[in-house]
Design a protein around this ligand. Structure first.
Ligand code: ZN
Length: 471
């Protein structure tokens, strides 16, 4: 094995493996990790010096909204995936809403793929399909076309217009679960009770109570908890595999953990912003930190970290939900009108390492698992993505854990460089990102780091239908 000449060696780094951090080199051949061993340097066409740095598996972000086709002015494949690459991400899964049309049938999937072929994703990707009222009949064709899973909203997504992505009624949800179970796929749910949030929102608006605190109060923890209970119950009746996106409360996580213990095939994600901020921060930051479900209290934030550390939260995903800055302005102080969604895709790894490892002492292998291996496993990509292991794609983030910096707009590669993380102090910095052994980001180069010969862009991945449930 060692006689084989490597194309690239990443040398001298502290490498975050499944259970430990080791000072080893990584040999890359044909885009795959071919060997992991000490002192390989000198046996390759190219050596990348990672000394004094940490090498972590490229992030697999299962929850990203890019707005092409239709709304590329908000964010497209070029800028969205440049930001992801700058954040150490090498694979993402594109959500079925916030482009026009939403990805809810074969025709709209083809438009999504055509938009990508024109713009080019810098990193590898897979595509979500949507479950909306009256489209249960489209699910089979979408599954055959290779979507990673299906996403539905239990509360209104706040989309407008005739191409709006609509939330499911209970009948659609039940029928959809039956169908998705028969296809062996996973249903991802935005879990907030529509009856609770629509009533509280109407009450607030009619009383003229429109501050950020009013917005937070209009989407209480109970709305999430009730929706999770209902969905878990329907899933036991239908045998549908579930994934709860952006869960914001520890009580919902605990309900999901209980369901896992009773044998249900269910996973849960939270987002960096629920782990970074509190309700007080949201009021201080303003509309940039508005999302739904909203960010909770300091106590809730710490409870989420505890559940992440002990394995009850399966993984984190950015829920990158971009928009032009004008949509984040609240004329007349009405925060109900501002766009709900956080621009954060570029900050996931730096945030999780700063807050998880540096501030809370959670081991790096645990953090790498929630950022990469677990989402890859859940969505059928683990045969090539999610960890630093021989045989997998050489997707690597090289991180300086001794560099700290305060994020400003000029660091951001989004179509519109604004974010809830502006002014946030990170305790580490991503130096470079490799996709299948080639640079897709290098902090030190002016062009953002594409290799001169990197012309092909990211690959569309075809997930393998998941056969086993996660532990
Ligand atoms: Zn989302």
């Amino acid at each position: 094995m060692r006689e084989q000449r490597m194309d690239v060696i990443v040398a001298g780094g502290n490498v975050v493996l499944r259970d430990q951090v080791c000072a080893v080199d990584i040999g890359i051949k044909d885009g795959k990790i071919a060997i992991i061993a000490p002192r390989l340097a000198g046996e390759a066409g190219k050596v990348i010096d990672a000394s004094r740095k940490y090498v972590i598996a490229g992030v697999v972000d299962a929850h990203v909204h890019l707005n092409e086709p239709g709304l590329g002015e908000w964010e497209g494949f070029v800028t969205g995936t440049a930001s992801l690459a700058a954040g150490g991400c090498t694979t993402f899964i594109d959500m079925p809403l916030n482009g026009v049309p939403p990805t809810v049938n074969l025709a709209s999937l083809e438009l999504k793929l055509e938009a990508e072929r024109k713009s080019r994703s810098r990193i590898d990707f897979a595509i979500w399909g949507g479950l909306v009222p009256d489209d249960v009949g489209e699910l089979k064709a979408l599954a055959q076309a290779g979507v990673a899973g299906f996403k539905a909203f239990m509360s209104s997504p706040g989309d407008r217009g005739e191409d709006a992505f609509r939330n499911v009624d209970d009948k659609t949800l039940f029928e959809g679960m039956h169908k998705i179970a028969s296809l062996g796929h996973v249903l991802a749910l935005h879990a907030e009770s529509e009856s609770i949030v629509s009533k509280l929102t109407a009450d607030k608006l009619s009383a003229g109570e429109v501050t950020m605190r009013d917005y937070l109060d209009s989407r209480p923890p109970e709305a999430e908890i009730e929706a999770v209970k209902l969905a878990l119950d329907m899933a036991t009746r239908t045998g549908c595999k579930l994934h709860f996106v952006h869960i914001s409360t520890s009580e919902a996580v605990d309900l999901i953990s209980e369901a896992k213990r009773s044998g249900q095939d269910v996973t849960v994600e939270t987002c960096p912003h629920y782990l970074a901020f509190t309700d007080e921060d949201v009021i201080r930051i303003g509309a940039s930190a508005k999302c739904s479900p909203p960010i909770r209290t300091d106590k809730e934030r710490e409870a989420l970290w505890q559940r992440l550390a002990n394995g009850d939260i399966d993984f984190v995903a950015s829920d990158h939900s971009p928009c032009p800055p004008s949509m984040k302005q609240s004329d007349n102080g009405n925060y109900f009108e501002a766009w709900g969604g956080i621009l954060g895709a570029q900050s996931t790894l730096e945030l999780i390492v700063t807050e998880g490892w540096q501030k809370r002492g959670i081991p790096l292998p645990v953090l790498s698992r929630v950022m990469s291996a677990a989402p890859a496993e859940r969505f059928g990509l683990r045969h090539r993505k999610g960890a630093i292991e021989v045989g997998l794609d050489a997707d690597l983030a090289i991180v300086d854990l001794e560099a700290s910096y305060v994020l400003t707009a000029e660091h951001l590669k989004y179509r519109h460089p604004h974010s809830a993380y502006e002014d946030f102090e990170f305790g580490c910095r991503i130096e470079a990102t490799l996709l299948r052994g080639e640079f897709v980001y290098d902090r030190k180069t002016a062009n953002g780091g594409l290799d001169a010969d990197h012309r092909t862009g990211g690959l569309r991945l075809w997930p393998e239908p998941s056969t086993s449930r996660m532990g």
